[in-house]
Ligand binder design. Structure first.
Ligand SMILES: [Zn+2]
Length: 513
């Protein structure tokens, strides 16, 4: 009876990213539960399924897990909603095969530093999100008693700044504030993340008050020269911050610590040493630190301003090596837009311009374009942008992999095509990005969220269905794989057993990690 199987959709291709390799693959999804119910490492024909089953063969395009962008600023609610909002930011994500974004606690007003404020953000997000959205909480001076309640309300982790954040309602924390936050969070299932730039010891002589000041270092050259800006945010800011974090780590030895947007390669030996000592410390870097280089940034082109800054090409080389070695585990967008006037577009003053780069939805193509020149394959890229980012935010088991029991979040990617970035490829609110007019390799053809197609290159967004994204507010769980739902398609029993066996094996492995 076809009707009893009408909730089954089958996606297949000669190329799919399953268990960390590219293989022929068939994915059976249940649109009622939104879950993946079967995964086969072969192309099964339509005849393997009941009549009436939706069956799509995408060969030779690549079926890959939807990306989990663990670092975006959507800026809503409050007046900075003119910079970005849930509707536009998540639409941009869906365009780029991103099926989950995690929103940073600052730039919206109020910032996500209390449960009350989180509730305001959640209310603003409801009904607007094209992809699933999780939320981080913020650590600011004096809010340590709010942190456990935020954990209970489902924040995916916490972010704090060790240097001026650029917005007054989200002040930097001192070493003492970090210690208080660690005490509160030390037995919680969460992650504490750091914007790891800090003024080095020379400035320590004036105490923590300096953290709340303006530009960390006065410019020593023309304000429109990129190298003047670069020199004002030296690698020493990052290494000093990292040393401080590592020194604090023993306060909460079981609490995962994470460096957001690591830029300077001088941090890498410190990170390695800390990890070897057993400190639970991870790091992410961003698409722009890997794909862009200071040497190429024209003076006055403030679209490239972000903090920490985009450094020299040799620095990018080192970041790629660290990814390949597994020292850095994730790549995120740090999508942080603003309006053209605040970005000083055309004005050229790097010190006046807002620091932040718009990338959400372009990252996969950006990384593929640069990565394939460096011998990187799509499996590695998928690991850095889906599996490991899902792990970082406590969603592995639900997101980030094509596996039985996972959400059917699928990106259909054509690595052989390319496109030029114009405003029609920028779905974020303000059409400003350093990738404008660049040609990127690899096109996202379709994006599926929990078993439903939400975007197609050919037909656009499903405006009739509207935004189908859920807000991810369940408390973080220990990593487990959900129990596979009942298999309902007539596949050979041997295959079904094989699939279930694999699922059981991976459950055991994950629970041990
Ligand atoms: Zn950020």
């Amino acid at each position: 009876m076809a009707a009893s199987h009408s909730n089954i959709t089958v996606l297949t291709s000669s190329q799919a990213i399953i268990n960390g390799t590219i293989t022929p693959g068939t994915i059976v999804t249940d649109s009622t539960t939104g879950k993946i119910t079967q995964v086969h490492e072969k192309v099964l024909p339509p005849s393997a399924f009941p009549a009436g089953t939706v069956y799509r063969d995408y060969s030779p395009k690549v079926l890959m897990p939807g990306l989990v962008d663990a670092h975006v600023h959507l800026n809503e609610p409050g007046w900075r909603t003119e910079w970005e909002g849930f509707e536009t930011g998540t639409r941009a994500a869906a365009f780029g095969g991103v099926t989950t974004v995690v929103d940073m606690p600052l730039n919206a007003i109020p910032p996500t530093t209390t449960v009350e404020n989180l509730h305001l953000k959640v209310a603003a997000a409801r009904g607007q999100c094209w992809v699933d959205v999780g939320f981080y909480g913020g650590v600011i001076p004096g809010n340590e008693k709010d942190l456990k309640d935020l954990v209970s309300e489902g924040v995916r982790g916490f972010k704090c700044f060790l240097i001026d954040s650029g917005v007054e309602e989200f002040p930097a924390v001192s070493t003492e504030d970090v210690a208080k936050a660690m005490e509160e969070l030390k037995d919680q299932d969460t992650v504490l993340m750091f914007h790891a730039e800090k003024l080095p010891p020379l400035s320590m002589s004036v105490g923590d008050a300096v953290l709340h000041g303006d530009a960390p270092l006065a410019p020593t050259g023309p304000l429109d020269e990129y190298l003047t800006f670069l020199a004002s945010r030296p690698p020493a800011f990052e290494t000093y911050a990292l040393a401080d974090i590592i020194a604090s780590a023993p306060i909460a030895p079981n609490l995962p610590l994470h460096i957001v947007h690591l830029s300077a390669i001088q941090c890498l030996p410190m990170l390695k040493e800390a990890q070897e000592k057993g400190i639970k410390l991870t790091a992410e870097t961003c698409f722009h630190y890997l794909a862009l280089a200071a040497e190429d940034i024209k003076n006055g082109d403030t679209r490239h301003k972000c903090c920490p800054p985009i450094r020299e090409r040799a620095n990018a080389d080192g970041l790629w090596d660290a990814l390949k070695d597994g020292l850095i585990t994730t790549v995120v967008s740090d999508h942080s837009p603003c309006t053209p006037n605040l970005k000083v577009v055309g004005g050229g003053d790097f010190f006046q311009a807002w620091g932040g780069i718009s990338t959400v939805g372009l990252g996969l193509s950006v990384l593929w374009t640069e990565g394939k020149k460096r011998g990187v394959d799509l499996c590695q890229i998928s690991k850095w942008t889906s599996e490991e980012t899902a792990r970082q935010v406590g969603l592995l088991g639900q997101k980030g992999k094509i596996a039985v029991g996972y959400d059917a979040d699928i990106c259909i990617f054509d690595p052989e095509s390319s496109f030029k970035v114009t405003t029609s490829e920028m779905h974020f609110k303000n059409k400003i990005t350093p990738y404008e007019a660049k040609v990127l390799d690899g096109i996202v053809c379709e994006t599926w969220l929990r078993g439903k197609q939400i975007y197609s290159k050919d037909t656009g967004f499903d405006e009739t269905a509207g935004p189908l994204g859920s807000l991810l507010l369940e408390k973080r769980q220990q990593e487990t794989v959900p129990i596979a739902t009942t298999l309902s398609a007539p596949v050979a029993i041997e295959e079904i057993k094989a699939v279930n066996l694999n699922a059981v094996v991976s459950t055991v492995e994950i629970q041990q990690s």
